[in-house]
Design a protein around this ligand. Structure first.
Ligand code: RIB
Ligand code: CA
Length: 321
């Protein structure tokens, strides 16, 4: 399999960091750059974290700083109780070596990189979708030049779950619902890896301890960075482990056969008490729905081969692929 060229749009974030290590170590992924976005922490913090992660795990790969706030709303408060005060579970962040900071804003980095590799670049977006919406606004013609956009975000109710921040909304989509509705309406292939599959995929405490013991420096890092996040899951959901959000988007890129999907256009509610809710009209649904029917189909993940996903992550971290 030839390597997949990836731009990783991210708000690190503990699970973002775990997904970065996954991409850095998997031989089928060629990271072209990281683009930061506000979300789990402020843009200053997520950019600093992205530079730290890139410098440590993918030396030479640049970071471009992205949006500090949603398109039309105020920036949210950092989620310190989930991701720690520093966004990386309060682990020590060494000063050097940090990745170079690209001079361009993230959306320009995305445009230029897509245009340099037409038809080849996959965008893995695991934070609010502001940078992608800004790229479309600046250069709408890039959409058909992108190989695919794989998003961690949203929820479609397959387990009765529609959100993790409100009863109706998942964090990344609620982070910028206007941007998400733009991104899902653009003419590029979109796959959505939402809570329907990420909350079914759980890394247990034993699984994480095994990575620590068998995964060398990467496994040790995954363990260290996830201590605060694991405590949050235990406290908030009585879970003896962690949900696998952002690494599930990476898995979809590497092994889409692990996911059961449904096709159809997706809309995002942009106001009201259900703001941030994602609603798909399945392509098999015969009734007219004008607010959906003029838009392209997205691929929504409804189910996942959990052992397959966990084995892929483990073998990548432990170097046993
Ligand atoms: O809802 C899960 C998502 O929100 C993940 O991307 C996590 O990093 C947080 O941003
Ligand atoms: Ca994230």
């Amino acid at each position: 399999m030839s390597k997949q060229k990836v731009i990783y749009d991210t708000d690190p974030g503990v699970d973002d960091a775990m997904a970065l290590v996954f991409q850095a170590l998997h031989p089928d992924i060629e990271l072209l750059g990281l683009t930061s976005v506000f979300g789990n922490a402020t843009i200053e913090t997520t950019t600093r974290n992205a530079r730290f992660l890139a410098g440590r795990f993918v030396p030479g790969v640049p970071v471009a700083q992205g949006a500090a706030a949603p398109l039309k709303r105020a920036a949210p408060e950092p989620l310190a109780w989930i991701h720690g005060d520093n966004g990386l579970g309060n682990i020590a962040i060494e000063a050097a070596p940090e990745a170079a900071l690209d001079a361009r804003p993230a959306h320009r980095f995305i445009i230029d990189t897509v245009r340099a590799h037409p038809g080849e670049v996959t965008l893995i977006a695991v934070g609010p979708l502001t940078n992608l919406a800004l790229a479309l606004a600046d250069d709408p013609q890039i959409a058909p030049l992108v190989k695919q956009v794989v998003i961690m975000g949203g929820a479609f109710g397959t387990d009765g779950v529609l959100g993790n921040v409100t009863p109706a909304a998942e964090a990344n989509i609620l982070g910028d619902p206007d941007a998400a509705d733009i991104v899902f309406g653009a003419p590029w292939p979109v796959a959505i890896v939402g809570l329907d599959v990420t909350q079914r995929t759980i890394m247990s405490q034993d699984y994480l301890a095994s990575l620590r013991d068998r995964g060398g420096a990467a496994g040790r890092f995954v363990w260290d960075v996830s201590r605060h996040y694991e405590a949050f899951h235990e406290q908030s959901a009585q879970l003896k482990g962690i949900y696998v959000h952002d690494s599930s988007a990476v898995t979809y890129v590497l092994a889409p056969h692990l996911y059961t999907t449904r096709s159809g256009p997706v809309r995002v509610l942009t106001d009201g008490i259900a703001v941030g809710q994602t609603i798909q009209k399945p392509s098999t649904m015969p009734v007219p729905a004008p607010d959906w029917d003029s838009r392209p189909d997205s691929t929504v993940c409804l189910d996942v081969d959990v052992p397959g996903m966990l084995a892929l992550y483990e073998r990548t971290i432990c170097g046993t692929l």
